[in-house]
Design a protein around this ligand. Structure first.
Ligand code: SGN
Ligand code: CA
Length: 452
């Protein structure tokens, strides 16, 4: 009796929307318990999906993290050990495999891999680190400059592609990758005054003395106290400080990119506080505390814009009806120090920079509000996305698909992760190290110092 047979439902592979930021620490996401800011739109992804508490990178630095994500292989196999090395874009990547399986693929925003993007039907990427104001983009047809604030623009381009740039008959992969909240933490015009009258709580270790730790911890060059530049990083006027040559040039260039109207809004936002700062002539602890406030407020202002723009994307998914069959992932290329240990930047296998945010929404598949405690890594995005799309996972990829964690099925997961940071000597001077971490322990070896 044909009528009683279960109907073979035609399953459309889900769309994959990967929203990625640069240097967004867990400590600055309210779904992770931030005590310094609120991120209502990012929290929506966690509340309607799953939040991973122990998502970690294999190598805590930008270009290497991106190469790991594309290939599903550790740095020593994909070739991008550090930020200086180009990505060999002839190698196997998950976007290429999805494209071959019939997905429409797009890469918009920060790429940072030096070579040309491959495996994408559409791409528009920032050159290098890119700029916050009036950014240039590299495209297959050459360079173009777009007026406005980078986080808004990357979202506009992403929405344009979703609405009218793709073949609506095919499933899509969209990698929408922000520059924010990367150094030099330039807030957008909508958030210049945010946090003006509040004091952000300091982390307990802002004045860490690095006693009882590897000598690497005291040899770095990433303290708010000594290495954060008052002009380039913190926007106190050039004539008041001692910026080194290139930081001064870069800071001036950033300002000169702005239109007159953007400059006027910028000047108005910082002027009064800058004058008070010069007047106060701070030093020692008081100066560090002031620098922390200026730093964290600008960082959080950049995140507020990311949050607003994630809201725009989620709203569009709802309005267009795409939400039901689209898996939304929010993550960042590593964690970051928000004053913990007196630091900014990343690189270490210590917790703040080892972790990356990971929140995933997949309506009908993930139970809303679930929290995952397993040790997952950026090494498994490629495998997971292929698995979700029903594409075979190549045997030479090194991570595991975590799809069954998303759907709540039983999984036999790893009990330890491996990490290796390779960039030294280089900016911020963090020594090379590798290590392993389990749910309860961590072992790190600074092999050029021979210190465990
Ligand atoms: C730039 C930054 C550094 C940062 C690296 C790597 N300096 O060099 O502070 O550590 O990028 O960042 S800046 O003055 O140019 O902002 S990464 O995210 O690309 O790995
Ligand atoms: Ca980064």
């Amino acid at each position: 009796m044909a009528a009683c047979q279960p109907v073979e439902k035609e399953t459309t592979p889900p769309n994959i929307l990967f929203i990625f930021t640069d240097d967004h620490a867990l400590q600055a996401i309210s779904a992770y318990g931030s005590y310094i800011n609120q991120t209502p739109n990012l929290d929506r992804i966690a509340n309607e999906g799953m939040l991973f508490r122990h998502a970690m990178v294999t190598n805590s630095i930008c270009a290497p993290s991106r190469a790991v994500i594309l290939t599903g292989k550790h740095s020593h196999l994909n070739g991008v050990l550090d930020n200086a090395l180009p990505f060999d874009s002839t190698q196997q990547t998950f976007p290429k495999l999805l494209q071959a399986a019939g997905y429409q693929t797009a890469m918009i925003g920060k790429w940072h891999l030096k070579s040309q993007p491959t495996g994408f039907d559409y791409w528009r990427v920032l050159p290098g680190q890119g700029h916050y104001y009036n950014p240039h983009f590299r495209t297959p047809d050459g360079r173009e400059q777009i007026e406005g604030y980078v986080t808004n623009i990357i979202t506009d381009l992403s929405l344009d592609w979703l609405k009218s740039g793709r073949d609506p008959e095919k499933p899509f992969l969209l990698m929408s990758q922000h520059k924010a909240p990367h150094r030099e933490w330039s807030p957008g015009p909508d958030h210049l005054d945010m946090y003006d009258d509040v004091e952000i709580p300091e982390p307990a270790t802002l004045f860490d003395d690095y006693a009882n730790r590897s000598s690497a911890a005291s040899q770095q060059e990433m303290t708010i106290k000594d290495h954060m530049d008052l002009f380039y990083d913190l926007r106190v006027e050039a004539d008041s400080v001692n910026s080194s040559g290139w930081l001064k040039r870069a800071g001036i260039a950033n300002y000169n990119r702005m239109t007159e109207a953007q400059q006027a809004a910028w000047d108005a936002a910082f002027k009064t506080e800058n004058e008070a700062f010069k007047e106060a002539n701070l030093s020692g602890y008081e100066l560090v505390k002031w620098k922390y406030q200026r730093y964290i407020k600008n960082y959080l202002r950049c995140i507020a814009s990311v949050d607003d723009n994630v809201g725009r994307i989620l709203d569009y998914l709802d309005e267009s009806g795409l939400a039901d069959n689209t898996i939304v992932i929010y993550s960042s290329d590593q964690g970051f120090y928000l004053g913990e240990h007196g630091w900014y930047d990343k690189r270490w296998m210590y917790e703040e920079s080892l972790h990356m945010p990971l929140m995933v929404r997949w309506p009908g598949q993930i139970q809303a509000g679930s929290v995952n405690e397993e040790l997952v890594q950026n090494l498994e995005f490629a495998e997971t996305f292929l698995d979700i799309a029903g594409v075979d996972i190549p045997a030479d990829m090194q991570g595991n698909s975590f799809k069954s964690m998303l759907t709540g099925d039983e999984v036999d997961w790893r009990d330890a992760i491996y990490f290796h940071y390779h960039e030294f000597p280089a900016v911020h001077m963090v020594n090379k190290h590798y290590g392993v971490r389990t749910k309860t322990h961590k072992l790190i070896y600074f092999y050029e110092l021979d210190e465990w």
